[in-house]
Design a protein around this ligand. Structure first.
Ligand code: GLY
Length: 247
């Protein structure tokens, strides 16, 4: 090419700022944070997401207001002005610097994976009603309720992912993890006469809701420990940034 694009290098902490948009009105979901690298300490190659937690303490009330007024509102207005009225989930991946200035890294037109797994357990309203209101342009009338507490999702992946990995290994312990109070979301599994087997890179999202982030982390990992399959991998530091902030 004949053109070179030089971009500012952004430092800070990332957060997922996901909203429902009905063309005009913006309904923010609970904030969250994803862990994109395969290894602890954000090392190794990028993945589809190795875990998430919600809410994200890096999004303080002030950062939240800035994200709404400086990013979401102008984006929705801009799309409308350009003749592209937007309806649905709009996901802004934000980098938040030391001064609490949010900057956009990316926009996605989806709820986010694994963010959805941690946002939905906190929702205390009917998701279908909100979605219907969104389609009908009536989000302003929605009274969305959120639970107190926090949710954490630990993704269990196949050995080798995000490189080459094996499929077809038997998974045990899902029932035990659910009995321990976790919600186990299937990502890359297959149902066979022998039971569930691995069938993708990210296999399961073991999710816990509890009164606070520390309790949710403990519960999620207690669930993870009950689940086994050959070569299973998971990060042991999901939500560490939130726990550090508490300290
Ligand atoms: N968790 C990142 C995404 O859904 O794009």
């Amino acid at each position: 090419g004949s053109r070179v694009v030089i971009e500012e290098f952004l430092t800070g902490e990332e957060a997922s700022f996901i909203c429902m948009i009905d063309g005009d009105n913006i309904l923010p979901m609970a904030t969250s944070q994803d862990h994109k690298r395969i290894f602890e300490g954000d090392q190794g190659p990028n993945t589809g997401g190795m875990g998430a937690y919600s809410p994200a303490p890096v999004v303080t009330a002030e950062v939240f207001d800035r994200a709404m007024t400086e990013i979401m509102r102008p984006t929705v207005e801009g799309m409308k002005k350009d003749g592209h009225v937007y309806t649905g989930f709009l996901y802004a991946g934000l980098m938040i610097d030391e001064q609490g200035q949010p900057r956009v890294i990316e926009f996605n037109c989806r709820f986010g994976d694994p963010e959805t797994q941690v946002v939905l357990p906190l929702l205390d309203s009917d998701l279908v009603e909100i979605m219907l209101a969104c389609i009908d342009g009536k989000l302003a009338d929605c009274n969305i309720l959120w639970k107190n507490g926090a949710a954490v999702c630990v993704v269990m992946s196949a050995g080798g992912y995000p490189g080459e990995y094996k499929k077809g290994d038997l998974i045990t312990g899902i029932d035990a993890a659910e009995a321990a109070g976790t919600l186990v979301f299937h990502a890359g599994t297959a149902k066979t006469p022998e039971g569930f087997t691995t069938n993708g890179g990210r296999v399961l999202g073991v999710t816990a809701y509890d009164t606070d982030i520390k309790a949710a982390v403990q519960k999620a990992y207690a669930g993870v420990e009950k689940i086994n399959f050959e070569g299973r991998h998971y990060r042991k530091d999901i939500a560490q940034r939130a726990l550090q902030r508490l300290k």
